[in-house]
Design a binder for this molecule. Structure first.
Ligand code: G3H
Length: 255
């Protein structure tokens, strides 16, 4: 910690805590917009934070994204994970397979040597098929496990970047732009005041559920995400933020 004090990371953490209603914040050195390995450093910090928060038979819900993929890569086995179950936080959000919550969930659980359950619900379904699929006992069981998550780990994205990366239909794209969305997290889009302006319809954890989860960890870095992080945190409840110097410096500078 002496080194982190010398590097000014501790000072950035203190400033962020004053500015944003976060439960805790960890700032790692570097800017993940510039150096991709910084995501792995956030991943490392996240892994040690998860271990610190484990109670025993936790259910850990994870979202998709490149940052969460880095968290999964940095995961290491521990006896503490013996009775831990990993689940995807929500169903499909239109991401490519590498960025999907299912993929990351399986990878993280394998590295932790824990257990996992996946959510096999296709993205594009008629309302009718959707209703019957979520009534399937095997699907229903996973959905119930997801709703009883004790730890949620999620990324935060820049709204435009995320909407473009996912195959967002033109009319939803217009809605996201017209409502001035700046942030995205688990399929919800937020304006700069932290208000939801759009959500992707899918099963799994909903924003209301996240508020009741005992431990929520958001992992997001890069100067380009500062506005998104700030907006998201306006509505978050006792969220632990793991970020990098790039985002942190921009955050304490912004109004
Ligand atoms: O769900 C995706 C996150 O909101 C951000 O994705 O980690 O690839 O930037 P990312």
């Amino acid at each position: 910690d002496m080194m982190r004090e010398v590097l000014g990371l501790k000072e950035l953490e203190r400033k962020i805590k004053k500015k944003l209603p976060v439960e805790d914040v960890i700032v790692v050195a570097g800017d993940s917009d510039q150096s991709p390995w910084v995501k792995r450093e956030m991943g490392r910090a996240c892994v040690s934070r998860i271990k610190h928060s484990l109670k025993g038979n936790d259910i850990v819900a994870v979202t998709g994204g490149t940052t969460l993929a880095a968290v999964a890569e940095m995961m290491t086995p521990d006896v503490k994970y013996r009775d831990v179950l990993f689940v995807p936080a929500r169903g499909g959000l239109g991401e490519d397979v590498t960025n999907q919550a299912n993929t990351i969930c399986a990878r993280m659980a394998e590295k932790a040597m824990g257990h996992y359950r996946l959510l096999h619900v296709p993205d594009q379904l008629s309302a009718e098929t959707y209703q019957s699929i979520i009534e399937e006992p095997a699907i229903k069981e996973v959905l119930e496990l997801i709703k009883s998550s004790t730890i949620v780990i999620h990324g935060i994205g820049d709204a435009k970047t995320m909407a473009e990366r996912r195959k967002t239909p033109p009319e939803e794209m217009t809605k996201i732009e017209q409502n001035k969305a700046v942030a995205e997290a688990f399929g919800y889009y937020f304006n700069q005041d932290g208000e939801v302006v759009h959500k992707v319809n899918t099963v799994g954890i909903q924003l209301e559920d996240v508020r009741h989860v005992p431990c929520v960890i958001a992992v997001a870095g890069g100067a380009s995400k500062a506005k998104a992080i700030q907006a998201y945190m306006k509505q978050a409840n006792r969220c632990i933020l793991i970020t990098d110097e790039g985002a942190a410096k921009q955050l304490v500078r912004d109004d």
